[in-house]
Design a protein around this ligand. Structure first.
Ligand code: AVI
Length: 357
């Protein structure tokens, strides 16, 4: 059987290996268990923040890409959001994983290779690793710092686990450090991060994952459910104002990195459920008529005009199955909490996907 996985970038002309730090003695990977970590750097292209911001602000309906939220401060604020009483997704998903981890492991196949897209919450992956006990764990994350810190912690906690950490941007076509012939490939994509992609992009991403997993591969994916708009409203308009600070931090970042002069007091955070699109939208709304300079360009805002900063799609179970099916997956099982707020789906790659996308 030919593997669709690449242990190194596939470009024939590229003779350098992405494997840059292996085993004991590497200063990067020091610590107990370091000999079981291999680090592969696929050099994800850094976002062209300037071009994306200038282009987004020049649109008739201004928008900024949500990936720009996650500078150092934005990542800290997001961590704080996951602890808020109103923000139910993180703790609900953790509860589902705790209650059903063993059934999930039965579905994924114990002893398999487990790939995690975005090595986010260490608690979620610890629950799954304990239940699944895979031979190899392949975390994929765009942040080298975050990836290595979490790989080190997991190597200490799981003494039999081999880790192949891949620094890559999973939202674009990506390679992975897997060996030809490895069977039982499973992927984990928690947090309803899929909800931050517009449906066409979500389909494209899932198609790429199906292609990487190959026929029979499994995907365990967390998906936030469509629900009472009041619950959604509270989750994205928390009483401590952490989500507002997370949203406004985008302007702080633009001021710092692009010599912007956004006045933070002249914009307000707004988040609401758009029922027609089945998504929570976050906006930064101008409180006054004003002009703002960014990277030497001037942008006019009318009072009440907004910048759309994030969409967070909420899916019914059937709707998500239909999206997954378009991407080449069949549904195997769905787990849900008692209050029916969040789902974790086990999907199987239908047929024999072997195409490289
Ligand atoms: C990361 N993502 C799944 C979060 C969400 O709920 O869409 C980001 C977030 N935005 C505001 N609060 C949390």
């Amino acid at each position: 059987m030919t593997s669709i996985w690449a242990a190194r970038p596939l470009a024939d002309s590229d003779s350098t290996s992405p494997e840059t730090g292996v085993g004991p003695g590497s200063s990067d990977l020091g610590g107990r268990g370091a000999e079981r970590i291999r680090f592969y750097d696929y050099h994800p292209t850094p976002a062209d923040v300037r071009a994306e911001v200038l282009q987004g602000l020049a649109q008739p309906v201004k928008r900024l890409p949500p990936k720009l939220f996650y500078d150092r401060r934005g990542s800290q604020l997001f961590d704080a959001i996951t602890e808020l009483p109103e923000y139910y997704p993180t703790r609900t998903e953790i509860g589902i994983l705790r209650d059903h981890g063993s059934e999930m492991a039965d579905r994924l196949g114990r002893g398999s290779v487990l790939i995690e897209l975005g090595s986010g919450s260490s608690l979620k992956i610890q629950i799954l690793l304990s239940a699944l006990n895979p031979a190899v764990y392949v975390p994929v994350d765009i942040s080298k710092e975050h990836l290595l810190a979490s790989a080190r912690a997991l190597a200490e906690r799981f003494p039999d686990l081999s880790i192949r950490a891949a620094c890559a941007d999973y939202s674009t076509p990506f390679d992975l450090p897997l060996e030809p012939g490895w069977q039982n490939l499973a992927a984990f994509f928690p947090g309803s991060s899929i909800g931050n992609f517009d449906p066409d992009d979500a389909r494209r991403l899932l198609r790429r994952v199906a292609s990487r997993l190959g026929g029979g591969g499994r995907l365990l994916i967390g998906v936030d459910l469509r629900k009472d708009p009041a619950i959604l409203h509270a989750a994205y308009n928390d009483s401590q104002g952490v989500t507002a600070a997370f949203n406004l931090n985008l302007l702080v970042r633009i001021n710092r990195e692009l010599d912007g002069d956004f006045d933070l007091d002249a914009f307000e955070h707004q988040a609401y459920f758009n029922a027609r699109e089945s998504r929570v939208e976050m906006h930064l709304v101008s409180r006054v008529d004003q002009e703002v300079e960014v990277a030497g360009e001037v942008f006019g805002f009318r009072r009440g005009e907004s910048i759309h900063t994030e969409s967070s799609y909420k899916y019914g179970i059937a709707d998500f199955h239909s999206l997954a099916s378009d991407a080449g997956f069949a549904s195997e099982q769905v787990w849900m909490d008692q209050e029916q707020r969040f789902t974790v789906h086990c999907l199987r790659v239908a047929g024999t996907w072997s195409q490289r996308l």
